[in-house]
Structure formats: C-alpha cells, structure tokens
Design a protein around this ligand. Structure first.
Ligand SMILES: *Cc1c(COP(=O)(O)O)cnc(C)c1O
Length: 490
C-alpha cells in the first residue's frame, strides 16, 4: 500500500524526455546563474504516470462512491459541465484580452449573474470571490463600507452558536467583534435571545439557512425585521442554498447579503477537484458598495467596469481577487442551471431534502436523531446511540472507512454532542441510499453488541490508520528534504 514520494523514487540524471543540448549563446544572467542542482527528481514518464494514478486510486472521490460529508454538498459533477468548460472559446481566453474579443465569456458571466439574482430575488451580485469563506469576507466588507458611508461605527456581529467556523472568523477578520446567540431546544436560533442582544452598536447578524443542524430557520423573517429595526444588516450564509433553490428567494426573507457556493449548490467540483467559487448577492442597500470588476451592458456590447467612474462603481469598496473570479466555474455552473432549467433546480432542492429524510426515517430507530421532526437536506444524529458502548463518534466514523465509505461530517455543529452530519445530496439513487443505510445499521448494531475493539482499531484497510491530526495541523511538514548523511546511513 505504500507509495514512495517522487523524490524518493527518482534519481538525479534520469529523465523522461530526450532534450537537445542547449545552444551556448551569450550569457546575459550577469553572474547570477544557478550553480547547484535544480532539485527535481529524475524519473521516466511511466514512473510518473504510475505514481499519480496510484495516488489517485488511494483517494476517495465523488466518482467512486457516496460522499456523505454534511454541509459540504458533495454532489455529482456532471460531465456536460466539463465538456462546456473545455470549449476553447472558454478554456483558452485570457483575462487581459480586449473585451471586444471576449464578448461570449462576458455573456456567460452576465447570464450566471442573472440566474443568481432571479433565484435569490436580490438585485446585485459580486461574482469574483473564490470560495464561500471568501464570499463571506466580500459580503461583510460591503456591510462595513455601507456602515462607514453612514458615518457610523457599529462593531458587534451576532453569530448563532451553531454557525460554521468561517462566520466568526470572517467577522473578526473584517474588524468586528463576535457576540454569540444561543440556539433553542429545536435547533433554531433563540429569537428572544437574539432580540435581547440588539442595540445601536450591532452591525449585522450572520445566519445560515437552512442552518448547520439541517433545519429551516422558520423565524427568519422576524429575525430580519428585528435586525433591520436597529439599523443593522442581515448576512446569510448561503452554503445550504441547495436545499431551497427554486423554492425560497432569500431576498423575500429580508436578507441583505448572501454568498452562494457554486461548488456546492451548482455542482462545480471542489475539494481536490477544482477551485471554489463564492459569488455574493447583495440587496439594494449594499449594491453600490459591490467590489470591482463587474459586467455592464454598454454601447459597444458587454463591458467590464474595472475602475470606479462617474456612472458605475463609484462607491465600490475595492477588489477581492485578481481579474474576474473563477471563469471555468461560471461556465460549469451556468451549464448546470441551463441543463436543469428552473423546474429542474426546484427538483434539486426537493430531492436533496427527500434523500436526507429517507436516511433519517430509515435510521431513527437505530441511531439517535439530534432533533425531533423532519430535516432539510442533511440529517443530524448525536452520539446517544453509542452510550455505554465504548465507541465514540470518531471510532464510528473511522469504521466507515473499512466499509468503503468516506465518513460523514463529525463533531459539527458544535452544539450537538458527538454530532454525525450526513448530506446525501440529490444525486444518490434509492439503491445507493439503501446500501449506505444498511452499512450504518450494521455498524450501529455491532457497536451496541459489544464489539468496541472493531471500532477502536479502525481503519484497518486504509494506507494510514489514525493520524495525529493536531500535530499535522500545528506542525505541517510540507517540504521534502534529502536525508542527511547520518539518516541515510541508518
Ligand atoms: C462550506 C461552508 C462554508 C465555507 O465555504 P467554502 O466554499 O468552503 O469556503 C461556510 N459556511 C457553511 C455553512 C458551509 O457549509
């Protein structure tokens, strides 16, 4: 199962290609030429190909099986998206080309923006953020710019205790302070606790809907009215938009800014598979502060506003990314939108919710649902079903690896003890869900039957067993160094 690093496999002097000797022209490096080795491993082409194919086969992938990670929305990436993104007219354009030569690419951006605005019921969108967390930063910077423009110095951001860690991190990064709001016994925000925290120093609330417990915040309009009542803004974490797309327009709920993870709701690849993309939709109050650049319809066709001018972008807070954002992801997302149509997108939401509830219904007697009643697009269990078994949530998740599954999200949200959060997404068939359910039922029975040893030792069938994740995070070793002579002698 071991796969040595390329550096360990290679040897200096070996090469996969036959290059001609360089011609010895005049040296124009002014004495700065390299004298030592360049430090690349020497390998043949088949050695390189086999190394990467073997690594890819060790990787769990959405193309290899159900990927139940809650909150991440690991859905199928349609091949049609890839085909469109590879068209030379999209794949080979350069961001510095004259706009007259990239009218088609600008039309794609304009059309993605239009779909996002229609689906959310909000009038403006900033396309350039490179991920959900980056979109949060962009939205919060727009909120800050709007507050500064009013001459106010609001500092406090209300964040529910169930929030994704990026929410408080974003607020702090943008110079705000975080004030946590408790959740109630139904897993929703405690509205009276929220109201008690409101005051003239509150800049905004950051709320996720459906929230990280997989539940719809059914008092969201009251929350929006309350925050607006004290002059604050409403930021919505839209990572879970796939559960309500085509069914609910966030603008109708009173939301001022919301990021949309194209790599979640609109099926563009993520994780190791591709860059993220996190456009942010903005209300009329925030639209003037949207970052540059953006596409407008001008006299000579579509144009990019790259610098503030009298007509456009005068109050833009700046830029958040080089050029225009993840163009390849806009093509994929638009392909997904157009191939589904508005009725198909609504069905995405319905089927994602149906699939999660199917798992909930099939497992509720064997596992322990964190909250009563149906869920939205993800199903949340706590660890009560493991009580007195000697098996923890982590052990249970590790045992899933030996069954051929990637584990679900564990220990998140933090407010649920030993949380197990599963998001099947709408792309799974009933038979695939049945197989997953059967596996979890069998594991739960095994834990309750007293076989803790099976779990504590898992995973047995992976190239690595239990990793010291804390050490890996605190002391990452990202660079290979040749062994010292002493090490080599060992
Ligand atoms: C995924 C996610 C984010 C962050 O999005 P990235 O695209 O990973 O940066 C934020 N909030 C929630 C609830 C999420 O699920």
């Amino acid at each position: 199962m071991e796969e040595a690093l390329l550096f360990e496999q290679g040897a200096p002097g070996r090469c996969g290609v036959d290059l001609p000797e360089p011609s010895r022209g005049e040296n124009r490096l002014g004495g700065l030429e390299r004298t030592g080795d360049i430090g690349l491993p020497g390998l043949s082409e088949p050695e390189v190909v086999r190394h990467f194919v073997r690594l890819s086969q060790k990787n769990y992938a959405i193309d290899a099986g159900l990927y139940p990670l809650g909150s991440c929305t690991m859905k199928h990436n349609p091949r049609l998206n890839e085909k469109m993104a590879r068209l030379p007219g999209f794949a080979d354009v350069h961001p510095l080309q004259p706009t007259s030569t990239v009218q088609g690419a600008l039309a794609v951006m304009d059309e993605v923006a239009r779909w996002l605005k229609v689906l959310t019921g909000l009038p403006a969108v900033a396309l350039s953020p490179g991920a959900g967390a980056h979109g949060e930063m962009c939205g919060m910077m727009a909120i800050r710019a709007a507050i500064d423009a009013r001459g106010e110095s609001r500092k406090r951001i209300l964040v529910p205790d169930s929030a994704h860690g990026t929410n408080p991190a974003t607020a702090v990064l943008c110079g705000f302070t975080v004030d946590p709001v408790p959740s109630d016994s139904r897993g929703r925000i405690d509205l009276s606790a929220l109201k008690a925290k409101l005051g003239p120093d509150v800049a905004a609330i950051m709320l996720t809907n459906p929230n990280t417990c997989g539940l719809f915040e059914n008092e969201i309009r009251e929350a929006a009215a309350a925050i607006h009542g004290v002059g604050g803004f409403f930021y919505c974490d839209g990572a879970n938009f796939n559960a309500i797309v085509g069914k609910v327009r966030p603008g109708d709920l009173g939301i001022d800014a919301m990021h949309i993870n194209l790599h979640k709701t609109f099926s563009t690849p993520h994780g190791g598979g591709g860059p993220g993309s996190g456009p942010v939709v903005l209300s009329a109050a925030l639209a003037p502060f949207a970052p540059l650049p953006f596409v407008v319809h001008g006299r000579q066709g579509l144009q990019l506003v790259e610098a503030p001018n009298g007509e456009h972008g005068g109050q833009a807070f700046g830029r958040v990314k080089a050029f225009h954002g993840q163009m390849g992801m806009f093509v994929r997302a638009l392909t997904y939108m157009l191939s589904h149509g508005s009725d198909g997108l609504r069905q995405v939401a319905e089927d994602s919710v149906l699939n999660a509830n199917y798992i909930l219904a099939a497992l509720q007697d064997e596992l322990s649902p964190a909250y009563p009643g149906p869920c939205m697009h993800e199903v949340l269990f706590d660890d009560r079903f493991l009580k007195d078994t000697g098996v923890t949530t982590l052990d249970f998740a590790k045992a899933m690896i030996d069954e051929g599954y990637h584990p679900m999200t564990v220990y998140f949200p933090l407010i649920v003890h030993g949380a197990l959060l599963t998001e099947p997404t709408e792309s799974e068939s009933r038979s695939s869900l049945d197989q997953f359910i059967a596996t979890l039922r069998a594991l739960a029975r095994r834990a309750k039957g007293g076989d803790a040893a099976h779990f504590v030792q898992a995973p047995r069938l992976a190239p690595r067993r239990r990793l010291d994740e804390t050490r890996a995070a605190r002391n990452p070793v990202l660079r290979w160094r040749p062994p010292s002579p002493a090490q080599a002698a060992e």
